[in-house]
Write a protein that binds this ligand. Structure first.
Ligand SMILES: [Zn+2]
Length: 215
């Protein structure tokens, strides 16, 4: 039994040494991949050795870490502090989900659609939820890019729309007690009688859904 334990501990050591001997770039790539799948596994990696902990602190790992498991609800103070500083670090290093949460929070808390910078950063990085929120705000405010934004919403699949809407609702539910957009609720399709559904109709239908939790 003792011999077996000794043998397995030797094997573990050699595996660990082998991993640590890999080129730094490759190690970073592996840890990035782990971070993008599971925050829990990333924490395990960080705790496993000094070298891997250093690798896990690379900016690119913070950019890729998945935050879905970090809920948006109110937590006990000590947890909130730890969690907030982690999220701030992620945001500072360009993590798209962290930028999205901060952007949504800033805009809907202050009801100031001029503060679109952080959300635009997330959208430019490819965060679909951020693009959705920016398009909805533009449609409500009748901004210059409104026509493009109507087409963007109209061309999204019902499933994508629902996911983006629910994500916004979930984020607001946790962080912003009384969210509201600027401006009146717009209606774009002026055709009164029954007609084949146009892009404007599809956009109006989505606005119908959004106003249910924003007013
Ligand atoms: Zn229509």
């Amino acid at each position: 039994m003792g011999r077996k334990n000794k043998k397995s501990s030797k094997m573990t050591m050699s595996k660990k040494n082998y991993i640590e001997s890999l080129p730094r770039e490759l190690l970073i790539g592996i840890v990035e991949m782990i971070a993008s799948y599971s925050l829990k596994d990333l924490v395990r990696v960080k705790l496993s050795s000094r070298v891997l902990n250093e690798v896990a602190n690379e900016p690119s790992v913070y950019q890729k870490v998945i935050l879905l498991r970090i809920p948006i609800f109110i937590w006990p103070c000590s947890v909130v502090r730890r969690c907030t500083s982690f999220l701030e670090m992620c945001r500072a290093l360009g993590n798209l989900e962290a930028l999205y949460r901060k952007g949504v929070c800033d805009i809907f808390k202050r009801s100031d659609s001029n503060e679109l910078g952080i959300l635009s950063q997330a959208a430019n990085g490819g965060h679909i939820g951020a693009s959705y929120v920016l398009a909805i705000i533009s449609i409500f405010n009748g901004s210059e890019s409104m026509r493009e934004d109507i087409m963007f919403i109209a061309n999204m699949t019902p499933l994508k729309l629902r996911r983006c809407r629910e994500k916004l609702l979930y984020t607001l539910y946790g962080w912003v007690p009384e969210p509201h957009l600027l401006g009146e609720r717009p209606i774009y399709c002026t055709v009164q009688s029954l007609h084949f559904r146009c892009e404007l109709c599809r956009c109006d239908l989505e606005i119908d859904e959004v106003v249910k939790f924003l007013y």
